[in-house]
Ligand binder design. Structure first.
Ligand code: 5GP
Length: 191
């Protein structure tokens, strides 16, 4: 809870790689302007079209080390054994204090850390309609090398098994429907 003026809650969205977390988050951003979505810091390089400060804060290893050392991250993790990703703490606290519906889109390791520090958040597992569909989406994205894809599928298999740790499961059949379900959770909690 964020105070007497609001029932808005923090939603933590996680799920296997390539399930479409980023696309669902983008749909929330596009249609639900009242919702605040955290911008993570990452040490990975920007993909074409990604904008610093919008999609991620792209930082180098030294800056990421500093963020950790100064306690500026709510959680962080090495994702796909490739790069570090973390959630800047202060913007989350400020958004919740302002009573805004707020969301993090992070990996499973990060979600577990947030559960320790903010157990009152709603933990949402975004699930693919099927394993085959997940593989299709991963291959379809076409932005990763073969080695990277194999690594991500390994991660995805382990991540699918974590569904039971979550408060709510949303099946990502259609992106705008999934986005609307998420926003409803942020605004009115679990009914
Ligand atoms: P991508 O590199 O494809 O944008 O994201 C890779 C993975 O990193 C996704 O599963 C995404 O959810 C996760 N991720 C993005 N930001 C964060 C963060 O701040 N913390 C954690 N733990 N994972 C994140």
């Amino acid at each position: 809870m964020t105070g007497p003026a609001s029932n808005n809650r923090l939603v933590v969205l996680a799920g296997p790689t390539a399930v479409g977390k980023g696309t669902v988050a983008a749909a929330v951003r596009e249609r639900h302007h009242d919702v605040w979505i955290s911008v993570s810091a990452t040490t990975r390089a920007p993909r074409p079209g990604e904008i610093d400060g919008v999609h991620y804060h792209f930082v180098d290893d030294a800056e990421f080390d500093r963020l950790i050392a100064e306690g500026e991250l709510l959680e962080w993790a090495v994702v796909h054994r490739a790069a570090r990703y973390g959630t800047p703490r202060r913007p989350v606290e400020e958004s919740l204090a302002a009573g805004r519906p707020s969301m993090l889109e992070i990996d499973l390791q990060g979600a577990r850390q947030v559960r320790e520090t903010m157990p009152e958040a709603i933990f949402v597992f975004l699930k693919p309609p099927s394993w085959d569909e997940l593989v299709r989406r991963l291959v379809g994205r076409g932005t990763e090398t073969e080695e990277e894809r194999t690594r991500r599928l390994d991660t995805a298999r382990a991540e699918l098994a974590a569904e039971s740790e979550f408060d709510v499961t949303i099946v990502n059949h259609e992106v705008h429907a999934a986005a609307a379900e998420l926003v409803k959770l942020m605004e009115s909690g679990i009914s």
